[in-house]
Design a protein around this ligand. Structure first.
Ligand code: HEM
Length: 447
């Protein structure tokens, strides 16, 4: 076994000074998807900084679960800290553990059941707003649905209304300028280019409006409408009895908004695109919706019965998952045959792992039936982790499933979405492999 980082094979095509940055910039998804051909651990140079990419489920499991305590969050997360502060996604060590304990109840199944009314109302409002024959940009409609849903789940009182408005206005601007910021060197943050100015203004406005809403909500005391904000304000550490400070509450709210909107919106947009391309799958989904719901409105109890939707979502998220996650080593860490030094950036791509032909047969095909229990049992559990694994696993996974299932069931029982001619959606790398543009035509469903 080698104990030397120089033994890590380097991905081909590095240029002097730029390293592999140009490949990551030109075709990030394609580049990440080829790295497994170089090895289990592959060195990729971000300019002059090496990043060690692990490419197998076994080593991703080492990083996320077995040796999780030897890592903190890496560079990608440093770059969003000015926006989300020390919220759950960026915090490390004891601060992370404490916040995770405090936030867990907010995302418990019973709580999520309480949020489903907002999800259903928003989905119905969206479906009602369309007319037969209308052309829509699905990615915009889904972004609006997920942003509205989360904003209203967080701030359901009159006091919270300015925060809902701020989320509506500022989150799209932040998400649009985020990738440019995460991918560029730190000194560029201060350049007065429009992307930075817009990002800074939106982040500042959002944070200050939420600060004011938190203060007013505390002053007003208990409400009979417990929303996500009031649950966070009331949260107490089971061991110490400690509560979150106002600043911590704000950072958590912004973190959740940031982590929980684009991810679900991208999954939903791709799901509509893939269903339109696979009418036989769509037929099965619609038949199941009819059978489970008949003519009555959807309730929480119906959700586990919508198994065809679940498979469609599983398969969509496999194909268009989280692009790149990063960690930094806190001590030297043995990964496979290599000892990676302290302070190194280590990364992995769920998108690439979920398209590995050694794990998934015909990995680029959309085939929801691969998630039928008997076929899914053949895939190792560690090889399909769309929400990550270990102590940093997504805290919003059940929220996201519920929200996405409600949206698909509510829309598909009424409308059939068909691709509008002239554009084939392409995957663009952001946090997820999200679609660039999904133009579709809304048609009344024949029943
Ligand atoms: C399709 C939808 C989603 C996907 C694919 C997704 C994926 C992920 C992944 C892979 C991680 C782990 C990151 C890492 O290991 O570095 C994560 C973390 C996180 N996600 Fe999600 N997510 C989704 C939706 C949501 C939603 C709806 C929310 C909130 C309402 C949310 C909140 C969070 C938070 C707060 C973290 C940080 C957890 C921690 O570090 O303890 N996510 N997500």
């Amino acid at each position: 076994m080698s104990v030397d980082v120089h033994s890590v094979p380097r991905a081909p095509g590095a240029l002097p000074l730029l390293g592999h940055a140009w490949q990551l910039w030109r075709d990030p998804l394609g580049f990440l998807n080829t790295l497994r051909e170089t090895g289990e651990v592959v060195r990729v140079d971000l300019g002059t900084m090496p990043m060690y990419v692990v490419t197998t489920p076994r080593l991703v499991h080492e990083v996320t679960v077995k040796q999780a305590r030897s890592f903190e969050k890496g560079r990608l997360f440093d770059r969003v800290r000015p926006l989300v502060g020390n919220g759950l996604a960026t915090a490390t060590g004891e601060v992370h553990r404490r916040h995770r304990r405090l936030l867990q109840p907010v995302f418990h199944h019973e709580r999520i059941a309480g949020y489903t009314e907002i999800m259903s109302t928003r989905a119905a409002a969206l479906a009602d707003s369309w007319k037969s024959g209308q052309h829509i940009a699905v990615e915009e409609a889904m972004a609006e649905y997920t942003i509205e849903t989360l904003a209203q789940t967080m701030f359901s009182t009159d006091i919270g209304r300015p925060a809902v408005e701020a989320v509506r206005r500022d989150i799209p601007v932040i998400l649009k300028n985020m990738l440019v910021r995460a991918a560029s060197p730190k000194f560029l943050d201060r350049l007065p280019v429009p992307a930075n100015r817009q990002f800074d203004a939106a982040a500042e406005n959002l944070r200050s409006v939420i600060d004011q809403v938190i203060l007013k909500t505390r002053d007003a005391g208990k409400t009979d409408q417990p929303d996500l904000l009031s649950v966070l304000l009331d949260a107490r550490d089971a061991d110490t009895g400690e509560a979150l400070t106002d600043i911590e509450v704000r950072d958590e709210l912004v973190t959740i908004l940031f982590a929980g909107t684009e991810t679900t919106a991208s999954t939903l947009s791709w799901a509509f695109h893939e269903l339109a391309r696979h009418p036989e799958v769509e037929k099965q989904v619609v038949a199941e919706i009819d059978e489970v719901l008949g003519d009555r409105p959807l309730t929480v109890a119906d959700l586990p019965k919508l198994t065809a939707i679940r498979r469609v979502l599983d398969e969509t998220i496999r194909l268009y998952g989280v692009t790149l996650l990063m960690r930094r080593t806190l001590t030297p860490v043995q990964l496979g045959d290599h000892l990676i030094p302290e302070g190194s950036e280590v990364a992995f791509s769920l998108y690439a792992m979920h398209r590995d032909p050694a794990i998934f047969e015909r990995p680029d095909d959309f085939d929801p039936d691969r998630f039928l229990p008997e076929r899914a049992a053949k895939v190792e559990r560690q090889a399909y982790i769309p929400f990550g694994a270990g102590n940093r696993k997504c805290i919003g996974d059940a929220f996201s499933w519920t929200e996405a299932t409600i949206a698909l069931a509510t829309i598909l029982r009424r409308w059939q979405l068909r691709p509008a001619p002239g554009h084939t959606p392409k995957a663009a790398a952001s946090a997820m492999a999200h679609p660039d543009h999904v133009p579709m035509i809304v048609m009344e469903r024949e029943r």
